[in-house]
Design a protein around this ligand. Structure first.
Ligand SMILES: *Cc1c(COP(=O)(O)O)cnc(C)c1O
Length: 390
């Protein structure tokens, strides 16, 4: 019997159109931020506006979601002495950007049914220093934004959404990015639901926020006073109004994004198809299946996170080793922030403060789920999982 090749946990799907567009960009002589980055921003706004018919929506392309989150928090004025509430059950990028600005992170537990931020825990964590809530749409299932926006309204807080997993996700039939928070940030990292290699998009309806983020995206350079390339003011002239960052998205990356975005609806369908097949195949196993989106809504299925039952007869770590022995890569999303030395020590955190996220961490495993998987790959994952748990 010939061994099957290793099936990685995640792979991007880059097609001929993406490759041709990158080659075209290379030959155009304009490889950094230019016309394609602009077109990508416009196309993204159109994509989000398809439901909302929303001309106010501004899309600001950046070189990572981390950069976009940093810009959004900077633009709403987060700084030293402020607190931002977020979930412990996330990637460190969600929280590190708060520290970039000298503000503090208030980590809270998750709702065990959705693995999204616990609404009651948000309310309990609010102090006079609290300035913003930073929810994550974990795995691609929308957080309870109606409750979060309601809390924010009642307490005078800002809301920035970490939507790194949530393209295209909907809540009550509205796409994430159009719900009315201060800003929403998407990621185009290699393993996300669409990719530009590295990249992200900051989305907002707030014109002041958008203006500040555009200036801070590129060195604090203000070109808003005039159009640098068409007005009478000489094209070499600019003004620096703040010590900004270097967060612009290149045209090489935008070239990928233009075509990945076109394929996004088909990508989502394929991801959903695989998730549905997994649901069927694992229904009788000692596991808790990941929750679907409510009826009528879209789950982006960035991640398929299986929770092993306490009586599964195998530990999470043994399960991952068993899958690896079968030639299949798995992962864990996430080691919660309260267990990482930096976050633990800075805020004196213990697992007892986050009982749900702690339990989730100990029993969850993310299975391969990506559009480049063949049906045979999916069945191979299923038979390996059933072999270990069936
Ligand atoms: C991937 C990810 C990020 C960071 O995205 P980058 O584009 O790599 O900066 C932030 N938050 C979450 C939840 C993520 O999964």
């Amino acid at each position: 019997m010939t061994a099957l090749p290793f099936l990685p946990f995640a792979l991007p799907e880059i097609g001929d159109d993406e490759i041709a567009e990158v080659v075209d960009t290379l030959k155009s002589g304009w490889v950094t931020t230019g016309p394609k980055a602009k077109r990508f921003e416009q196309a993204f706004a159109e994509f989000l506006g398809q439901n909302a018919e929303d001309s106010q929506l501004q899309c600001i392309a950046v070189n990572s979601a981390t950069a976009g989150l940093h810009l959004a928090l900077e633009a709403i004025g987060i700084g030293p002495g402020d607190e931002v509430i977020t979930t412990t059950h996330t990637f460190t990028a969600t929280a590190e950007v708060v520290r970039y600005l000298g503000a503090d992170v208030k980590l809270v537990d998750v709702d065990p049914a959705t693995l999204n931020i616990d609404i009651a825990a948000i309310e309990a964590a609010i102090t006079p220093r609290t300035k913003a809530i930073l929810p994550v749409h974990y795995a691609g299932l929308a957080a309870d934004m109606l409750a979060i926006l309601d809390i924010a309204r009642r307490h005078g807080l800002r809301v920035v959404e970490d939507a790194a997993h949530a393209l295209p996700t909907t809540l009550e039939k509205e796409l994430i990015g159009t719900l009315g928070s201060d800003a929403t940030v998407f990621s185009f990292y290699a393993n996300k639901t669409m990719t530009t290699g590295e990249g992200g998009m900051l989305v907002t309806r707030n014109p002041e926020l958008a203006k500040r983020a555009r200036v801070m995206r590129l060195h604090g350079m203000n070109r808003d006073a005039f159009d640098r390339f068409t007005a009478k003011v000489p094209s070499w002239y600019y003004e620096i109004v703040a010590p900004g960052f270097k967060y612009n998205l290149t045209d090489l990356a935008a070239a990928l994004g233009l075509h990945q975005l076109k394929r996004l609806p088909a990508f989502q369908k394929r991801r959903e198809q695989i998730a549905t097949r997994y649901h069927e195949a694992f229904a009788d196993l000692p596991v808790i299946l990941p929750p679907d989106a409510p009826e009528g809504d879209v789950h982006s299925w960035h991640l398929y996170v299986l929770r092993l039952a306490e009586d599964a007869g195998i530990s999470r770590d043994e399960f991952i080793e068993g899958m690896f022995a079968a030639g299949i890569g798995c992962s864990v999303h996430y080691v919660p922030l309260h267990l990482h030395p930096y976050w633990r020590d800075r805020y004196g955190l213990t697992p007892e403060q986050f009982p749900q996220a702690q339990k989730v961490f100990e029993h969850t495993v993310s299975l391969p789920l990506y559009t480049a998987m063949s049906d045979a790959d999916v069945e191979r994952v299923i038979s390996a999982v059933r072999g270990l748990l069936g």
